[in-house]
Design a protein around this ligand. Structure first.
Ligand code: HEM
Length: 503
C-alpha cells in the first residue's frame, strides 16, 4: 500500500501485529479469575477494571456485589482481586487458614529500609517482627501511656478552645492530625514533634506526602499497578513508592532517635517502656547473649527504621481520620453529643480520663464503634493467595488477592438495618455480632497491632474535648458524607469543617 509515494505495507503490518499482540496478551493475562470460574465484569485489555474503579469509587463493589453475589473478581490494573463478602469464607481467609493467606498487597519498589515494616512484611520475618512489637500494647504499657496521651489531648483541647474563642471555622483533621502525630511520637518514641504547636510540622508534611503519592501523581506507580511483573525492574531503576524527601526524612529521623536513645545511660533506658526501647532491647537480647536461639527475637537497625516509619504513618492517618469522623458525627447528631457529654461528666466527674475510667465510658465505646462502622478509615483488606485453595466450592487460584470490601460489608442492610443511619445503640449487644461483619481494624493474626492504643487515644481525646467543648455543624455541613477519595484511605473528598463552642 502506498500513500504519497511511500510504501506503508511493512509499518502497517508491524502496527497490526503489535495491536494483535497487545490484544492477545491482554486477553491472556486477564484469564486467571475467569478460568477459576470467578464471575466479574469483562476487564479492559490494557488497564483491567481500573477505569470502573476510578469512576465509581466505593460504589463499584456495591454494584458488582448486587450483580454477581458474595464472590466476584475485579482487576485493579494488573492485580487480580477476588472480592469476598461471605462470612464463612472470610473466617477461613482471615483466621483459620492463615498459612495460605498470610501476606497482604504491597508494592515491591525501591523502598528499603522503610519497606521492612510490619505492614509490608511476609512469612517468617512478619512473625518475628509481630512477636517483638505486640508487647508494646499490653495493658500495663497502655496504662503507662495514658499520662502522655492526656498531655497531648490537653493541648488539643486548648487548640480547639482557641478556635471557640475566636469563633473561627476549623478544618478538624488538621488539629486531630497534629494531635495524633504528637501522641504516637511521644508514646512510641519519647520525642516531641511540636506538631500541635506548628500545625504543619516537618513530621506532618513528610507523612502527608507519603499518603498523597498515588497513581494519579506518580506515573511509575501507575505502571507498577498496570504491569505488576515490572515492579522488580522499576525497583532496580531506583523508583520508590515513597517520595524521596519523605523517605530521607523518616530514615534520618529514625536513625537520630536510635542514636540518641543508645547514648542514654542504661539506667535511664531501663525506665523507658516505650516502643523504641522495646525494639532496641530486642537487638540487645541477641548481641548480649550471643545466642542464635534468640534470633527469633532479633531486629536489625534497618528493620527498626522500617518499624518507626510505619508507626508514624499508621499512628497519624488512621487515628486522625477516626477523630475527624467522630467530631462530624457529634456535630450532626446533637442528641448523641449531649448524651456522650453527660456520660463523660458522670463517669469522670471533671477528672482526667485514665486507662480504667475510659473502660467505664460505655456509650463512648458505642459511638466510636458505630463511627468506625459507617466510616472505616481503611476501606478494604487484602490477603495474597499463596496456594490454590478451595473454600465453600470456590477455587481461589494461587497469585490472586482476596479483597475484603469493609465499607460494603459494614453498610449491608441485611446485617445493619438502615445502614446509613448513625445508631450507637446497635452496639448494646456487641458480643453477639459476627466478627466478620465488623472489620475496621481487620481480623485474625494480621489485625491492626495498634488497635488498643488507637482506641485509648481516641477516647482520651474525646473525653478531654467534650469536658469543655462541643462541635457545631455549619449551614452547609451535609447530613451524611457521600463523596470520598478513590483508591485511597476512606477519606472525604472535601475536608470536614466545623465550628466549636464552649459547653
Ligand atoms: C483508629 C485507628 C486505626 C485504624 C482504624 C487502623 C486500622 C488498621 C487496619 C484495617 C489494618 C489492617 C488489618 C488487616 O489486614 O487485617 C491495620 C494494620 C496495622 N496497623 Fe492499624 N489502625 C489504626 C491505628 C493504628 C496505630 C495507632 C498504629 C501504630 C501504633 C497502627 C499500626 C498498624 C500496623 C503496624 C499494622 C500492620 C499489622 C500487621 O500486619 O501485623 N494502627 N490497621
Amino acid at each position: 500500500m502506498e500513500i504519497l509515494g511511500v510504501d506503508l505495507t511493512l509499518p502497517l503490518t508491524l502496527l497490526a501485529g503489535f495491536l494483535l499482540f497487545v490484544y492477545i496478551y491482554g486477553k491472556w493475562r486477564f484469564r486467571l479469575m475467569k478460568n477459576a470460574g470467578i464471575p466479574g465484569p469483562e476487564p479492559d485489555i490494557y488497564i483491567g477494571d481500573l477505569r470502573r474503579s476510578i469512576r465509581d469509587g466505593f460504589d463499584l463493589e456495591n454494584k458488582l456485589g448486587n450483580q454477581y453475589g458474595d464472590v466476584f473478581g475485579l482487576w485493579l490494573g494488573g492485580l487480580p482481586m477476588v472480592n469476598v463478602l461471605d462470612p464463612d469464607i472470610l473466617k477461613e481467609v482471615l483466621i483459620k487458614d492463615f498459612k495460605t493467606f498470610s501476606s497482604r498487597l504491597t508494592f515491591e519498589l525501591d523502598d528499603y529500609p522503610l519497606s521492612t515494616n510490619l505492614f509490608n512484611a511476609h512469612g517468617e520475618a512478619w512473625r518475628r517482627l509481630r512477636n517483638i512489637i505486640s508487647p508494646t500494647f499490653s495493658g500495663v504499657k497502655l496504662r503507662r501511656m495514658c499520662a502522655g496521651l492526656n498531655k497531648c489531648a490537653g493541648k488539643l483541647t486548648d487548640n480547639f478552645a482557641a478556635a471557640a474563642e475566636s469563633g473561627e471555622t476549623v478544618q478538624v483533621k488538621t488539629y486531630f492530625g497534629a494531635f495524633s502525630m504528637d501522641s504516637i511520637a511521644s508514646t512510641a518514641f519519647g520525642i516531641d514533634t511540636q506538631s500541635q504547636n506548628q500545625l504543619e510540622s516537618s513530621f506532618i508534611t513528610a507523612t502527608k506526602k507519603v499518603f498523597e503519592n498515588n497513581i494519579f501523581e506518580n506515573p511509575m506507580l501507575f505502571i507498577a499497578l498496570i504491569f505488576p511483573s515490572l515492579q522488580p525492574l522499576i525497583a532496580k531503576l531506583g523508583f520508590s513508592s515513597i517520595p524521596r524527601a519523605s523517605k530521607k526524612f523518616f530514615e534520618n529521623t529514625a536513625k537520630d532517635m536510635i542514636k540518641q536513645r543508645r547514648s542514654e545511660p542504661e539506667e535511664d533506658q531501663r525506665h523507658r517502656g516505650d516502643f523504641l526501647q522495646l525494639i532496641l532491647n530486642a537487638e540487645n537480647d541477641v548481641t548480649e547473649n550471643g545466642n542464635n536461639e534468640q534470633s527469633h527475637k532479633k531486629m536489625s537497625t534497618d528493620e527498626m527504621i522500617g518499624q518507626a516509619f510505619v508507626f508514624f504513618l499508621a499512628g497519624y492517618e488512621t487515628t486522625a481520620s477516626t477523630l475527624q469522623y467522630v467530631s462530624y458525627i457529634l456535630a450532626t447528631h446533637p442528641d448523641v453529643q449531649q448524651k456522650l457529654s453527660e456520660e463523660i461528666d458522670s463517669v469522670l466527674g471533671g477528672k482526667e480520663p485514665d486507662y480504667d475510667s475510659i473502660h467505664n465510658l460505655v456509650y463512648m465505646d458505642q459511638v466510636v464503634t458505630e463511627t468506625l462502622r459507617l466510616y472505616p478509615v481503611i476501606a478494604d483488606l487484602q490477603r495474597y493467595v499463596s496456594e490454590t485453595t478451595t473454600i465453600k466450592g470456590w477455587t481461589f487460584p494461587k497469585g490472586v488477592y482476596i479483597n475484603v470490601p469493609v465499607v460494603q460489608i459494614q453498610r449491608n442492610p441485611d446485617i445493619y438495618p438502615e445502614p446509613l443511619k448513625f445508631k450507637p445503640e446497635r452496639w448494646e449487644k456487641k458480643s453477639e455480632m459476627n466478627p466478620m461483619y465488623y472489620l475496621p481494624f481487620g481480623q485474625g493474626p494480621r489485625q491492626c497491632v495498634g488497635m488498643r492504643l488507637a482506641l485509648v487515644e481516641v477516647k482520651i481525646a474525646l473525653a478531654r474535648l467534650l469536658q469543655r467543648l462541643q462541635f457545631v455543624r455549619l449551614d452547609d455541613t451535609p447530613d451524611i458524607l457521600t463523596e470520598f477519595k478513590v483508591l485511597d484511605v476512606f477519606a472525604p473528598k472535601k475536608p470536614i469543617e466545623l465550628k466549636v463552642k464552649f459547653r
